[in-house]
Design a protein. Structure first.
Length: 310
């Protein structure tokens, strides 16, 4: 039996705690909070190191694809957005692993959208107005053109914790029970979020992850090294995510208001829809266009060495 802690604030790392380690002495009275703080310190330091060395982004796997209705030899199989197994790092440096294929069933998801949300997330293609909202590779795989009218949605992967391995314990809170239990294990888990994306504008807000400075475009090695040093000295440290910082965690460029700011952006899904208000998908209108390539990739050092010819 397990219970999911869906609230982002349920994980103490979300509050960017100060790096304070419990100190012990012989005869000191210890409580559950002391051991929790011990774990939080070590988790927090490792997560911060990983966040600055790599994340946020995709470490391995997590390809997103569309499975048409009735595929796999099952006539009743609904249309699905599938995510292959893989591993990611979120903005706080937490590892998020999808150990087996996960999916979002599109008919049920689309039917649950409010009419006004469908209308606000639907975009006409017009004269290439949506080309800038996907990567060049995704556009090429779609044949160079996008459907005339689509509903835009972004797929996120977020960290959640599951209480597991329940054991007898003293009752906590305003309770009086002789058979109280508490979770003796917390399992790191994940949640997929497919969210309609509104407010996209060709010249301003494209809602894609920030790839960082384009150092590869600097031809001179000395200038490129100087640009890298300046970026690390002036822009790489994020005070808003510093340990012990106050206030809410600032969202990434790909995470709009209302979305867990630590969630990892995986892909943009453009669902072809019929014209109308609200738009519909009652008849086959074409396969969704999925952009797997605008996300941030975090290649391993060995893979980078092979790419560089080392």
């Amino acid at each position: 039996m397990s219970a999911v802690r869906r609230d982002p604030q349920a994980d103490p790392l979300f509050a960017r705690p100060r790096p304070e380690r419990p100190a012990y002495a012989t005869g000191m009275l210890l409580g559950a909070r002391d051991f929790a703080d011990e774990q939080t310190y070590h988790r927090g330091q490792l997560a911060r190191a990983l966040a600055y060395l790599a994340g946020p982004g995709t470490l391995a796997g997590l390809r997103v694809s569309c499975m048409p209705a009735g595929s796999g030899g099952q006539a009743a199989q609904p249309e699905e957005i599938r995510v292959e197994p893989g591993l990611a790092v979120d903005w706080l440096g937490r590892l998020i692993e999808v150990p087996r294929t996960a999916c979002v069933r599109l008919p049920a998801w689309f039917a649950a959208l409010p009419d006004d949300t469908r209308s606000q997330a639907a975009y006409p293609q017009g004269v290439g107005t949506l080309d800038g909202f996907t990567s060049a590779r995704a556009l090429a795989e779609a044949g160079g053109t996008l459907p005339t009218r689509v509903l835009a949605a972004d797929l996120y992967l977020r960290f959640v914790a599951c209480d597991a391995a329940w054991s007898p314990a003293f009752a906590s809170g305003p309770y009086d029970a002789l058979d109280a239990i508490a979770a003796s294990r917390v399992r790191d888990a994940y949640e997929l979020l497919l969210l309609p994306r509104t407010g996209l504008q060709a010249d301003t807000t494209k809602g894609l992850p920030d790839p960082g400075p384009d150092l590869a475009g600097i031809a001179d090695p000395a200038d490129r090294r100087a640009a890298l040093q300046d970026h690390l000295l002036d822009d790489a440290y994020r005070p808003v995510s510093a340990a012990g910082s106050a206030g809410d965690l600032k969202a990434l460029s790909a995470n709009p208001d209302g979305v867990d700011p630590s969630a990892v952006w995986l892909a943009r899904v453009l669902l072809p829809v019929q014209a109308g208000d609200p738009p519909q998908r009652t008849d086959p209108v074409g396969e969704p266009v999925i952009d797997n390539y605008s996300r941030r990739f975090l290649p391993a050092a060995a893979l980078l060495a092979r790419w560089l010819g080392a």
